[in-house]
Design a binder for this molecule. Structure first.
Ligand code: ATP
Length: 275
């Protein structure tokens, strides 16, 4: 992706690029598309579209991809920032960056402003992780105040949707979750059997598959795999097929079985206790 001052151009994506997650997709469509489509009805009913939507759940389960799809299908400008960019010693004043990214979001609205790994941008204030004492003097604490200010300052009339993603919702400062800030929280779960089969279909759609490949079986064998793990599994299977230079140039079931021994599930029962 080309990045020009936090504005990101990315490949067009759509809902079908994400396997499973039907409920999540439905909730997002309601929260994002409905307020735009039925603007007048919303006004008449006194409904306020959400200011911020927070996606939370284990890593690798398509939170980032969902945000890109929203920006893609709504035709909005997509601005994105994460903790590493914000606190990079090369970019300087973190508070200024927050201010300027909101300025850009306003100037280029309708826009989606994505705060990726938001726990790394603004963790719990009391932790004073970046050398602070919890008295509002650390960089992270000042960034949090700036962010809250900017979020509160977004006029309801302007089409700026703020989206956040986190693997650790428990690490977020509660102030972020007050009404008018991140007022919709959506859990993005790991894929169940049916979803895993869809993810397998998506990531093998451009592969010549031998007819012995049994996606049902693979979906059953991949409990605790994330979508990202399944994507890796498919790539690994193709690499195995390539390495073995078989005369038939397609990927067969034995390639997948070998790949299953190499690409393991990244989820554990421990990780899932966070959600
Ligand atoms: P992280 O928290 O690590 O950033 P994430 O939840 O934002 O993870 P993504 O970056 O969106 O996850 O997904 C990682 C990769 O896995 C993407 O390239 C995506 O194509 C693939 N992937 C994950 N879930 C799915 C899914 N349900 N369907 C299709 N592809 C998926």
């Amino acid at each position: 992706s080309i990045q020009r001052g936090f504005q990101v151009n990315f490949e067009e994506t759509n809902w079908d690029d994400i396997g499973g997650l039907d409920m999540v997709k439905k909730k997002l469509k309601q929260a994002v598309e409905w307020p735009l489509k039925y603007r007048n009805t919303f006004k008449k009913l006194g409904l306020r579209p959400p200011r911020g939507i927070l996606l939370y759940g284990p890593p690798g389960c398509s939170k980032t991809t969902l945000v890109k799809v929203i920006a893609s299908v709504s035709g909005a400008t997509f601005l994105s920032i994460n903790g590493a960019q914000l606190y990079s010693p090369y970019v300087g004043d973190s508070e200024k960056i927050i201010r300027s990214i909101f300025q850009r979001a306003r100037a280029s609205s309708p826009s989606v402003l994505f705060l990726d790994e938001i726990d790394a941008i603004v963790g719990k204030r009391s932790l004073g992780e970046r050398g602070g004492t919890g008295n509002g003097d650390s960089v992270q604490e000042r960034v949090l105040s700036m962010l809250l200010n900017e979020m509160d300052g977004v006029e309801t009339a302007t089409s700026i949707l703020i989206m956040g993603a986190t693997n650790r919702p428990d690490m977020l400062d509660a102030a972020l979750l007050r009404p008018g800030r991140f007022d919709r929280l959506i859990y993005v779960p790991p894929p169940d059997f049916k979803s895993r089969k869809q993810v397998l279909k998506i990531h093998t759609s451009n592969m010549p598959l031998n007819e012995d490949v049994d996606l049902d079986f693979i979906a059953k064998q991949t409990e605790m795999y994330t979508g990202a793990d399944i994507k890796n599994l498919c790539r690994e299977s193709a690499m195995i097929a390539l390495r073995e230079m078989k005369t038939t140039s397609n990927v067969n079931m034995s390639d997948f079985l070998k790949a299953l021994k190499i690409v393991k599930a990244s989820l554990t029962a421990d990780i899932l206790t966070y959600y």
